[in-house]
Design a protein. Structure first.
Length: 375
């Protein structure tokens, strides 16, 4: 690992610099954009703070608010990322938006270092640098530098998986609880942790640490619903708010998501002059990567990681849409083992992956910066 980290750091540094510079360049283009917030907040927002960033900003600066008469509320976003941003902004007396992006980049560096170490646990130490490159070249990777929770979630997920593989159950519980507090689907991290724990049931001793791990995971998953229950009397308020005010969340429509994606791709491909079909293409490729990655993990007998990837795909599909999957797929780091191994074996695959990833990523980031929804 000592020889790998400098390469990981260099990749991170170059990617972060290029992403921030390209984002600034895109923001300066004379494109007419509708804007998404009030003029005062829009004026101070950097290029990589759009859409959901406004909700995180509100939580970081004002805390949670809920109005039953309003279709969308800040309770639709989990608390750890905005709380970390608020703490860092107060500590360094820095602007909230810029602090949030710095938090994302620092969390990303930590996540990439852990991801590189995970490849050794998966029996593919030679894929450490390629898996980092595949993550950073993925079409939705700009979210990892944005005022979003993706980098922090990736860090918590990677730490939980590594700790579970090393049988460091207390750390696995702490990291898993952090994932639960960062995003709703964080509770799925408990699946690979518990699967690793079950695979070591013949171990002698350590029962107390495994129980503590389970308790930490349960506490992390229950903390935000408990807060909603205590403050507004409804532990399921997150779901009720999402179902009522967020059109992409229609829980229970599992097969509709799989049928809708190819139909949307065909429909948008016929739209003259538009880039929506490229967004749909990115969604389809992200889903293909996740599905193929899960199958590859099974073939490698990495069953806990395969379970996590498959469960996440299933959970996202329950909304009836894969609209945000290029972003959600960033948390499915075990699935990136497949393209990493293929890229190491074939320069042609590595070139095509880089070309498609950068091309689609530029389209997604440009739309995002100019207030055109990409998920």
């Amino acid at each position: 690992m000592s020889g790998t980290f400098p390469k990981v750091f260099l990749l991170w540094a170059v990617w972060a610099a290029v992403t921030l510079l390209v984002a600034a360049g895109m923001a300066s283009l004379p494109v007419s954009t509708p804007g998404g917030w009030g003029p005062e907040l829009t004026r101070i927002a950097p290029p990589l703070a759009r859409w959901d960033s406004g909700w995180y900003y509100g939580i970081a600066t004002e805390g949670y608010r809920f109005d039953a008469g309003h279709p969308q509320n800040s309770i639709g976003f989990y608390p750890l990322y905005p709380l970390v941003v608020r703490g860092a902004a107060e500590l360094f007396h820095a602007p909230v938006f810029e602090t949030g992006i710095a938090v994302s980049l620092v969390a990303l560096l930590g996540a990439l270092a852990i991801v590189a170490r995970l490849t050794a646990e998966w029996g593919s130490e030679e894929a450490a640098v390629p898996i980092v490159a595949c993550l950073l070249l993925f079409p939705g990777s700009f979210y990892l530098a944005a005022f979003y929770s993706e980098s922090l979630f990736l860090l918590a997920t990677a730490a939980a998986l590594l700790a579970a593989r090393k049988r460091a159950w207390i750390w696995a519980g702490v990291a898993g609880a952090a994932a639960c507090l960062t995003r709703f689907n964080g509770f799925l991290v408990a699946l690979p942790v518990l699967a690793c724990m079950g695979g070591e049931r013949r171990e002698t001793g350590g029962a107390g640490r495994r129980i503590a791990c389970g308790a930490l995971l349960a506490a992390g998953a229950a903390a935000f619903p408990a807060y909603l229950w205590r403050r507004w009397g409804d532990p399921l308020l997150y779901f009720h708010d999402k179902a009522a005010g967020w059109p992409s969340y229609r829980f229970g429509q599992f097969w509709r998501a799989f049928g809708r994606l190819p139909l949307d791709l065909v429909r948008h491909a016929g739209e003259p002059g538009g880039t929506k079909w490229l967004v749909t293409l990115a969604e389809a490729l992200a889903l293909l990567l996740a599905l193929a990655g899960a199958i590859y993990l099974v073939r490698r007998r990495l069953f806990p990681e395969a379970l996590y990837v498959a469960a996440t795909i299933a959970l996202v599909s329950l909304s009836g849409s894969f609209e945000s999957f290029p972003r959600y797929a960033l948390g499915l780091l075990p699935a990136f083992l497949l393209p990493a191994v293929l890229a190491r074996r074939s320069l042609t695959f590595a070139f095509l992956y880089s070309l498609v990833g950068c091309g689609l990523g530029a389209v997604l980031m440009s739309r995002f910066i100019h207030w055109i929804y990409v998920g």
